[in-house]
Design a protein around this ligand. Structure first.
Ligand code: ADP
Ligand code: MG
Length: 616
């Protein structure tokens, strides 16, 4: 195909372009960061592929990036001798947004938000950012190893379409020519561009070349970035600012990390790892296919990013670099999964991360609170995912409890256990939508009375967490809204309860027939001291909070009916002994639903009944 063709951008691309031009208005310079990072990726890929086929580099000794300014023509050219692209690849890569997370993110974002959060930088706005400063962008590329005749020229004004044609291209690799907008002519300045490169791209391991300033007309290039592997430097020579800068250039984050773990190992295994714990969760932390943020290098050659073999899923928020001399460079994803070397590095990295978090929780509780707020939910996955480290992860968990005054103030399981009552055989918990709903639950009354602390769980994963936790220090997790709480009752309590239940025989029988479609049974409660009624589930049932969660996720929930417990000491309940008033029974049921944050099925009926009762 040599004829020039015109194609329309994918809808999302047009959308991204529009969004970007508006939201990155104050941060235009990042176009250079993006183009340089693409060029560097392309060179990494070529280096990697040329290991098995050195004919690809066509005798070129140095792989590098050139940035050239032509003031007269008003253009900036960024060229690389990297892997290059075939015409099909240009069409696939430069006309579509492949990342589904990005697409979804765009759908949910308005311009103001994008501007505000700076989040847009996180997923790498990429190639299209060129249109912030350029009227027209021309891309010329030839895949390394392809015939010179099989080059591609791509041109677009970023207005919804592009043209593409086959041309002859002398050198393999890619050149991007930006026809700079009049209003952005500040970028047609070598000095300015050098500043941008050193700000964002100093640690790119590929040399970035620009023309050396000179009096005469000799054109001589110089390397303008440090072009060294940051992580290979000695820890003692690095300051926190250095780590911050490297982290920012690695992640596009706008602030430094919470902390980093930098290790160099020589001996049986030879590798360096530099792992960062960010301050903020990434926008796509809950994307099911989100990859971990660790880049794998083999002797400074980039191999791949985000491989599951490097870190477990629950540590997917960790960013950083692992560089090893013990992997052959032509490893594939599949080989990595089964590699002993990778497995050892992974185990050691997890151990270091968990160790660092443990240290932070003890020595820097404020930092740890920040960490927990952002990443606590994912860490909980580790309890189930990483059985070997379960105890260590359990020690890092934090929960709100009846002893805390807000949801962010949290307690470790060790604290909880240190305060538990002698006879207590379980870690008690209640789940609810909010901290306030949990804390106000009538189910807590007996626990308050007995001075037993209860975990107040409000994360969606909590129900799943406690359900899969198993024992901790010989204690089961037990929901206070399920089953009998017999183990809390003394023998005297039990005898007393039996007697009262007899007293309420008739009331219970009648109430059960009034509520027959709504409840499984009515029972005298030993949980309540102030409230008249509450709902409980059978030991082995889901419980109403879990049912609500599952319904909201669109899942089929087996119909189960709760048990209504009534407080025999409450005046309203005592009143039932004189006559079992239907309205009162219905109201006791509805109140129990309301008090645990549920929705009553007939609110208008409820109001009518309340009014009737107040008037009587
Ligand atoms: P990203 O870099 O996040 O993938 P970009 O929009 O920056 O997104 O680039 C899209 C794709 O275009 C890249 O993944 C790569 O396949 C291709 N590409 C861009 N620039 C180059 C280049 N200089 N050399 C080779 N391929 C490139
Ligand atoms: Mg890119």
């Amino acid at each position: 195909m040599s004829q020039k063709q015109t194609h329309a951008f994918q809808t999302e691309v047009a959308q991204l372009l529009d969004l970007m031009i508006h939201s990155l208005y104050s941060n235009k310079e990042i176009f250079l960061r993006e183009l340089v990072s693409n060029a560097s990726d392309a060179i990494d890929k070529l280096r990697f592929e040329s290991i098995s086929d050195d004919s690809l580099v066509e005798g070129k000794e140095e792989l590098n990036i050139h940035i050239d300014v032509n003031k007269d023509a008003g253009t900036i050219t960024i060229s690389d001798n990297g892997i290059g692209m075939t015409q099909d690849e240009v069409m696939d890569n430069i006309g579509t947004i492949a990342n589904s997370g990005t697409k979804k993110y765009l759908e949910n974002l308005d311009k103001a938000q994008a501007q505000d959060s700076n989040l847009i930088g996180q997923f790498g706005v990429g190639f299209y950012s060129s249109f912030i400063v350029a009227n027209t962008v021309t891309l010329i590329s030839r895949k390394a190893g392809d015939d010179k005749a099989n080059g591609t020229k791509w041109i677009s004004k970023g207005k919804g379409e592009y043209s593409i044609e086959a041309i002859k291209v002398e050198n393999f690799g890619t050149s991007i020519i930006l026809d700079i907008k009049k209003a952005e002519s500040e970028f047609l300045d070598d000095f300015r561009l050098k500043g941008i490169v050193s700000k964002y791209s100093d640690h790119i391991t590929v040399p970035i070349m620009m023309v050396k300033p000179s009096e005469d007309d000799v054109i001589e290039y110089e390397t303008i970035n440090k072009a060294t592997a940051f992580w290979a430097q000695d820890k003692r020579d690095l300051k926190q600012e250095d780590y911050d800068e490297f982290y920012k250039s690695l992640t596009y984050d706008f602030e430094g990390p919470l902390t980093q773990i930098h290790n160099k190992l020589e001996g049986k295994l030879d590798y360096t790892s530099l792992l960062f714990i960010p301050r903020k969760a990434p926008f796509d932390m809950w994307e099911p296919k989100r990859k971990t943020g660790v880049k794998l290098y083999a002797k400074r050659v980039f191999i791949m990013e985000g491989n599951e073999a490097l870190l477990p899923q629950y540590l997917r928020f960790i960013k950083g670099v692992i560089d090893t001399a013990d992997l052959t460079l032509n490893v594939s994803r599949e080989i990595l999964q089964g590699s002993k070397v990778v497995d050892t590095i992974r185990k050691a990295s997890v151990k270091r991360i968990l160790g660092e978090l443990d240290k932070m929780s003890k020595n820097k509780p404020e930092d740890y609170a920040l960490f927990w707020k952002e990443f606590g939910m994912v860490m909980k996955e580790g309890i189930v995912e990483d059985f070997d480290n379960k105890e260590k992860i359990a020690a890092l968990l934090r929960f709100a409890t009846t002893e805390t005054t807000n949801a962010d103030q949290t307690v470790s399981l060790a604290d909880y256990i240190s305060r538990k009552k002698e006879e207590q055989k379980a870690i008690y918990y209640i789940t609810a939508d909010t901290f306030a709903a949990a804390k106000g639950s009538p189910h807590l009354e007996i626990f308050k009375k007995k001075g037993i602390e209860v975990l107040l769980l409000t994360d969606r994963v909590d129900e799943w967490l406690v359900g899969n936790f198993g024992e901790h220090e010989g204690l089961e997790f037990k929901s206070i809204t399920k089953g009998d709480l017999e183990d809390l009752d003394s023998d005297e309590d039990k005898a007393e309860k039996e007697k009262i239940t007899k007293d309420f025989d008739k009331v219970i029988e009648k109430a059960e027939s009034i509520l027959s479609t709504k409840v499984k049974a009515v029972k005298v409660s030993s949980r309540l001291s102030e409230s008249p009624s509450c709902l409980v589930a059978d030991e082995n049932e889901l419980g109403s909070n879990m049912e609500r969660i599952m319904k909201s996720l669109g899942q089929d929930v087996p119909e189960t009916k709760p048990i209504l417990e009534i407080n025999p000491d409450h005046p309203l309940v005592k009143k039932l002994k004189d006559s079992v008033d239907e309205d009162l029974v219905e109201v006791l049921f509805d109140q129990a639903v309301l008090s645990e944050g549920g929705q009553i099925s007939e609110p208008a009926e409820f109001v009518k009944r309340i009014n009737k009762l107040m008037m009587s």
